[in-house]
Write a new protein. Structure first.
Length: 397
């Protein structure tokens, strides 16, 4: 197997639910030894979140992939002492407790970095380590609401809409993995020490919201919901076809709109002053959408896809979940990987992205059982079997 770029790095993941564990997951895909530290008898709340099959949490199998699980009660001195011992061997710690929690447990970043000056500590919270909201409990839902995302999402005449997936956690997870790589580069290539990374759930979403935020900052335009269109591009929408199937269209470049007009048999649109440029199309979105929707509803989705592909128009089917798995392009690019789980058998997980030619990531195994690697990891730290038993038993008492 090709050597992985993070082989030899150790990541200790004491976070729960999505954002923090996703950070550790991404690092593990590229070779890091990720040790998942969980509360004895309870484990990461993610084990109880989402769908289950035969009592097994399905998403856990992916977000905890490539990780080893041990159990420590960090609220007790023995558990905290073992964690400090583990962190002396680590490169990265990922945590998502409320500000001040680690400090109460005697695990303040300052004390940890005295033991291991190279340690990179990632702190994920709803609102960050500073500011008046720092003590508030924070989940992705709150970030999606307060970033302006939900204000902008939904039908124009409908309510604000929250995403049906953990968007804020996902974006924070990617941001956190990027931040860890910057910190590792600073430490390993730049001769620096470790550092603390402060990630809130709402700030990465603010970057995605910036086009709309700047409209307010510079023009005092308080944009609101526009359904499937967006304020600066037309046409861009979802359209239903004659067979009841849906497609998504984006003609953000002038050349694409020109090809679209030809493809739907309406070349005169190119000479219509309402549609001559993107700026005027945005001002006349409703009229343009009516024309396009009228053409779409007269053709089945296979017909639409064939015509638009031939015309090189940016259009795609809106897939349901079975269609995602069945798509031939996704299969050709191996966007899913089959991994054997010891309980559930074969699972088709989303494969590692991005795809690196020299140091690719890979899924080595699915998420482990709670405490599966207690004896293995604690023995690596020099604990005797009797000490391992004491550590585990203390957490359950």
């Amino acid at each position: 197997m090709t050597a992985q770029v993070l082989s030899g790095k150790r990541v200790v993941d004491i976070a729960t639910l999505a954002a923090g564990p996703w950070i550790a997951c991404y690092l593990g895909e590229f070779g890091a030894d990720v040790i998942k530290v969980e509360q004895p008898g309870i484990g990461d709340h993610q084990r109880r979140w989402g769908s289950k099959k035969d009592g097994e949490p399905i998403f856990w199998k992916s977000i905890a992939r490539n990780k080893r699980s041990i159990t420590l009660d960090l609220r007790k001195p023995r558990g905290a002492a073992v964690l400090r011992r583990l962190l002396a061997t680590a490169d990265v710690l990922v945590e998502n407790f409320r500000p001040g929690t680690l400090e109460r447990w005697g695990l303040a970043p300052e004390s940890l970095r005295k033991v291991n000056p190279g340690l990179i500590i990632v702190r994920v919270t709803g609102f960050g380590q500073t500011g008046p909201y720092r003590e508030r409990p924070g989940f992705g839902t709150l970030a999606e609401a307060m970033s302006g995302f939900s204000h902008m999402t939904g039908a124009a005449d409908g309510p604000p809409t929250l995403p049906g997936l953990p968007l804020a956690d996902g974006v924070a997870g990617l941001t956190g993995a990027f931040a860890v790589m910057l910190a590792l580069y600073h430490r390993d290539a730049g001769g620096g020490e470790g550092q603390v990374i402060d990630i809130s759930l709402y700030e990465p979403l603010l970057r995605l919201m910036e086009p709309s935020l700047l409209d307010w900052d510079q023009l005092h335009h308080n944009l609101t919901r526009t359904g499937n269109s967006i304020p600066h591009v037309a046409p861009r929408n979802a359209y239903v076809c004659a067979d009841g199937q849906w497609v998504a269209l984006s003609a953000s470049a002038q050349s694409i709109f020109e090809r679209l007009a030809q493809a739907i048999g309406r070349p005169e649109l190119l000479d219509d002053v309402r549609f001559a440029t993107n700026d005027v199309r945005v001002a006349n979105t409703e009229a343009l959408d009516e024309i396009i929707a009228g053409w779409m509803v007269e053709h089945t989705r296979p017909e639409v896809l064939s015509l638009m592909e031939e015309a090189e128009v940016a259009l795609a089917p809106i897939y349901d979940l079975p269609s995602v798995y069945a798509d031939p392009h996704f299969r050709a690019r191996q966007s899913f990987v089959e991994v054997h789980d010891p309980v559930l058998g074969p699972m088709h997980l989303v494969d590692v992205a991005p795809k690196l030619s020299a140091t690719p990531g890979r899924v080595r195994h699915t998420g482990p059982a709670l405490g599966q690697h207690n004896a293995e990891v604690l023995a690596e730290l020099g604990l005797t079997p009797e000490e391992v038993e004491l550590v585990v038993a203390e957490g359950l008492s």
